[in-house]
Write a protein that binds this ligand. Structure first.
Ligand code: FES
Ligand code: FES
Length: 175
């Protein structure tokens, strides 16, 4: 226990997972949070940390297509699973329809909440492609925005739902 090297060796375990379509192997400690593995080891810093109370949703990613708060999950829980972060959704040249809708409707100001908000919105539409305004608000309840008052975010999600009807984007980020 006083031997740090031996302790570090013993405490680290390799995990395989798929991140944004790429197979990756990480060495993580049992208590490493998924958000820290993504940000610190993979440098996927689009996933934000906005609280230490599991409330803000800035850290939201998709795990096997379902939104999760990556600050509430251990990295080892993502072993052999598929993680999608905001970096895997679209590129500046080819925005995901949700990203395009957020831009079009001015659904962001400081942008801090935006990656998590977009991941939650994508998850919402994958489960409910034609939500009402109330369903959008309810679906995004786990994501806090301190800037926009939510109105433009809701507008963006509703508009995206309309646009995606003709070409649903259910599965994303196959690399
Ligand atoms: Fe706030 Fe995860 S960082 S919910
Ligand atoms: Fe600033 Fe949402 S745009 S927190």
């Amino acid at each position: 226990e006083s031997d740090n090297a031996a302790k570090g060796e013993a405490m680290t375990m390799p995990i395989n997972l798929n991140v944004n379509g790429n197979a990756v192997q990480l060495s993580v400690e049992p208590e490493t949070l998924l958000v820290d593995a993504l940000r610190d080891q993979l440098r996927l810093t689009g996933t934000h940390v906005g609280c230490d109370t599991s409330q803000c949703g800035a850290c939201t990613v998709l795990l096997d297509g379902n939104s999760v708060k990556s600050c509430t999950m251990l990295a080892v829980q993502a072993a052999d699973r598929r993680v999608t972060t905001i970096e895997g959704l679209g590129t500046p040249a080819a925005l995901h329809p949700m990203q395009a809708a957020f831009r079009e409707h001015h659904a962001l100001q400081c942008g801090f909440c935006t990656p998590g908000m977009i991941m939650s919105a994508v998850d919402l539409l994958s489960r409910n492609p034609n939500p009402t305004e109330a369903e959008v608000r309810e679906g995004l309840e786990g994501n806090i925005c301190r800037c926009t008052g939510y109105h433009n975010i809701v507008k963006a999600v509703l508009d995206c739902a309309q646009k995606m009807k003709s070409a649903p984007v259910r599965e994303i980020a196959h690399g």
